[in-house]
Design a protein around this ligand. Structure first.
Ligand code: ADP
Ligand code: MG
Length: 346
């Protein structure tokens, strides 16, 4: 209701206020105040409207995945896009939840960074709630590491980790927590890292709580090993909305991504959720026994996984540590004349 009123009156108020300022002065101050607040409301709704994509303008093609909170489609809106359509059967009648959605959408608008997916807009008219972003080409780190079993050399892992730190450092500097940093939300496009789904967690959880999947605790598979001890300790069945996320919990999750890059598997691999919860909650870290990496590389991991959140580094610090790591010189192999083929192309 309120949304439409703002939209309909937007222009009229603008005209009256803009063209007849002298005339307005004659009015009593009460009226002036009324106009002012109305104008402010309209300005607010107009500035939101810029990101409001009419649902009819979106073309949806095939489903590319079903996540926790909805379905992701390959779509078209002035070119290829990814459309995350939220399951909203019960969301629509809760104003507070709709407000959460709008608030989260408002935070995406503030993001412009090479390593973050491009937010293009949202459909915000219930029951049609959707988020439109650029379509990521390439594959997620999850697909590379866990499905294709691609091996990342230490050098490549460092380059990827640097880009993740850059994107995450930017988000944190803007006051945005990712809350769901994981290899499934990191794409690799021709060697460039693109992080997706930042700040979406509250929305995802709103829907997830109505549509519980996962085990008895409502824990989706593969999620647990990204959770910092303070989050694990706060876990309650089907009540993950009020978890104490922070910049430090994002750094912990980054540690897990770093582990996956280097080891090619999840930490605590093969252990049941209860065992992981017990260990992480107590401060037991996964074994690094089968990790073949230098001391410096393991130190980064241990710092990110610090039990006390205050001991975890922030992303700018991580970035400078990663930049200082000694790089192994790539041996030039005559059987792989990479440089030659490149120069032949250009
Ligand atoms: P999850 O991240 O847990 O896999 P999502 O709902 O975020 O769940 O994504 C579902 C699927 O859609 C995943 O396979 C993901 O790779 C794909 N996907 C999500 N966002 C994009 C995007 N912007 N471009 C291309 N594919 C995407
Ligand atoms: Mg995702």
């Amino acid at each position: 209701g309120g949304w439409n009123v703002g939209r309909v009156y937007g222009w009229n108020v603008g005209r009256v206020y803009g063209w007849n300022v002298g005339w307005l002065k004659c009015w009593k101050s009460v009226w002036l105040e009324c106009w002012k607040s109305l104008w402010l409301e309209c300005w607010k709704s107009l500035s939101m409207k810029e990101w409001d994509i009419p649902y009819d303008e979106l073309k949806l093609f095939e489903v590319i995945g079903a996540g926790r909170f909805g379905t992701v489609y390959r779509g078209s809106w002035h070119g290829a896009v990814a459309v995350k359509l939220l399951h909203v059967h019960s969301l629509s009648d809760h104003c507070a939840q709709l407000d959460t959605f709008k608030h989260e959408v408002a935070t995406f608008r503030k993001t412009r960074h090479e390593n973050l997916v491009l937010f293009m807009g949202a459909c915000m008219k219930p029951p049609r709630l959707a988020i439109v972003t650029s379509l990521c080409k390439g594959m997620t780190l999850y697909t590379h590491i866990h499905l294709r079993k691609d091996k990342f050399t230490a050098n490549k892992s460092v380059i990827v980790a640097q880009q993740i730190s850059q994107g995450m450092g930017y988000l944190h500097a803007r006051g945005i927590l990712h809350k769901d940093l994981k290899t499934k939300n990191i794409f690799l496009e021709n060697g460039k890292v693109v992080i997706t789904d930042f700040g979406l967690f509250s929305v995802t959880k709103l829907c997830f709580s109505n549509n519980a999947r996962g085990d008895s605790l409502g824990i989706p598979p593969g999620w647990l090993c990204y959770l910092a001890p303070e989050l694990v300790r706060a876990l309650r069945p089907h009540a993950s909305l009020h978890l104490p996320f922070s910049k430090c919990t994002d750094v912990y999750a980054f540690g897990t991504v770093w582990y996956e890059l280097l080891c090619g598997e999840y930490p605590f691999k093969g252990q049941p959720p209860e065992a992981i919860i017990w260990q992480v909650g107590k401060g037991v870290k996964p074994s690094l026994a089968n990790m073949q990496a230098s001391r410096d590389i393991k130190d980064i991991l241990m710092l990110c996984w610090s039990y006390r959140s205050s001991e975890r580094p922030d992303f700018p610090h991580l970035l400078s540590t990663l930049e200082k790591l000694p790089r192994k010189r790539l041996a030039r192999s005559p059987s792989h004349p990479v440089h030659l083929s490149r120069s032949a192309d250009s």
